[in-house]
Design a protein around this ligand. Structure first.
Ligand code: FAD
Length: 390
């Protein structure tokens, strides 16, 4: 049995689906969001924290930024550490002169859900989307354990393992992909940040990162071998390794606190050749997964949600399909630019393991890249433009 047809059914209540849903309601397009998990799980998932100026502008323009403007923190510097010392880049005064706003993804998701419901939107939590089929001028989404939904369009915002992507690739859409061959132990700690800035540490034992989240929560990353079990990393081991790689003996101690969460993230990237066709259009991780090395994923999700909202409104309200026809051309160049920078950043942060000549060559390139960033104003401007830009 199917429920009445809506304008757009959105799969997934992550940043992409929730921004899209809010923007569609704003434009008078009726929609429903299907989310496979319950509300508490969706609102409790910690992930991103760094929002580019473009994302903040989009959220502000559409009345979705009250929380982040009230509680987010502006960050405009980052620092790099290695055995050759430490240097800071004031990227907020370089390149286009744009800072980041640090605001935890789970708080953003909470704000977006509250606002979407306030605008009269419907979210079906605990409803997993299955098969997506097209029937003339409509599409049908099977919902496991619930009524099917029919809509004029389906927006697949259900992440890189979701139904939207699977349906598109099953029709022959190809994916360009790369496995960066590196994993991170991502640790969330209940302690204030230890550094005044984002910290990237290059070390022969592997990369370590420090990212503020709030005044009382800090994210740390430790490069680890593929296949690492987070259970093998007890609290002592985590702090000892962080101290070694962040060189606390030389630069000062870290602020300790209970470990709230530890997960392993494999650094992989991919982009679908085309983010949609016909009645099915994708945004966010569903359309392309980007490794977290340059903190771009949630920002690309916001960018694509904004473009897709405009295109769907034109198609549904004005009968004008040009926005959808142009969606790939409008979004992919910016997506690829973010991937190029993220890939470059991955090469900066991760030296090859081993002691053979090839590994030594790779590590020396890594240090030459770092030295260029430390000393060349042109390189610093390029870095800042790409680090903050979307
Ligand atoms: P998701 O957030 O994955 O949301 C998809 C939703 O779809 C989920 O709620 C899921 O439950 C639901 N779903 C899945 N399948 C189905 C189905 N079949 N039916 C219904 N619902 C379904 N990005 C940044 O910009 N800055 C950062 O600082 C940053 N840090 C990160 C740190 C880590 C450790 C990680 C892992 C990622 C980080 N990212 C960062 C990336 C960012 O979190 C993601 O790119 C972002 O969450 C993508 O949003 P999305 O809405 O496309 O997908």
């Amino acid at each position: 049995m199917a429920t009445a047809q809506v304008g757009v059914v959105i799969l997934g209540a992550g940043p992409a689906g929730l921004v899209l849903g809010n923007l569609l309601l704003d434009r008078g397009v009726d929609c429903v969001i299907i989310e496979r998990r319950d509300r508490a799980a969706v609102e409790g998932r910690a992930r991103a924290g760094f929002l580019a100026a473009h994302s903040v502008r989009v959220l502000t323009e559409h009345g979705l930024a009250d929380g982040l403007l009230a509680r987010g923190k502006t960050h405009a510097t980052c620092l790099f550490r290695s055995d050759r010392g430490e240097f800071t880049l004031d990227y907020g005064t370089l390149g286009h002169g744009e800072p980041h706003t640090v605001y935890p993804q789970r708080e953003l998701v909470r704000d977006l859900i509250a606002e979407y419901l306030r605008r009269g939107g419907e979210i079906r939590f605990g409803a997993e989307a299955g098969e997506v089929t097209e029937e003339g001028a409509a599409a049908r989404v099977r919902v496991r354990g619930g009524a099917d939904v029919t809509a004029r369009y389906v927006a697949g915002c259900d992440g890189h393992r979701g139904t939207g992507r699977a349906a598109l690739t099953a029709r022959g859409t190809r994916t360009a992909r790369r496995d960066h061959g590196v994993s991170w132990l991502a640790v969330l700690v209940a302690a204030p940040p230890s550094l005044a800035a984002v910290g990237y540490a290059l070390h022969e034992r592997g990369f370590a990162g420090h990212m503020a989240r709030t005044d009382t929560v800090t994210r740390y990353y430790l490069q680890c071998p593929r296949g690492t079990d987070p259970a093998d990393w007890n609290t002592d081991r985590i702090w000892t390794e962080l101290a070694t790689r962040l060189r606390t003996a030389r630069f000062g101690p870290l602020r300790h606190g209970p470990v709230l969460e530890k997960t392993v993230v494999d650094l992989r990237s991919d982009v679908l050749d085309s983010p949609g066709a016909g009645r099915l259009w994708l945004a966010g991780d569903a359309a392309g997964l980007i490794s977290p090395s340059a903190a771009k994923g949630a920002n690309l999700a916001v960018l694509q949600a904004e473009l897709l909202a405009r295109a769907l409104e034109a198609a549904l309200v004005h009968g004008d399909g040009t926005g959808l026809a142009r969606y790939a051309a409008d979004s992919l160049p910016r997506v690829w630019r973010a991937h190029e920078f993220s890939h470059w950043m991955s090469g900066l942060l991760h030296g090859p393991a081993g002691t053979d000549d090839e590994a030594r060559y790779g590590r020396r390139l890594q240090y030459a890249r770092l030295e260029s960033l430390r000393t060349s104003r042109a390189h610093q401007d390029f870095f800042a433009e790409n680090y903050t830009g979307i």
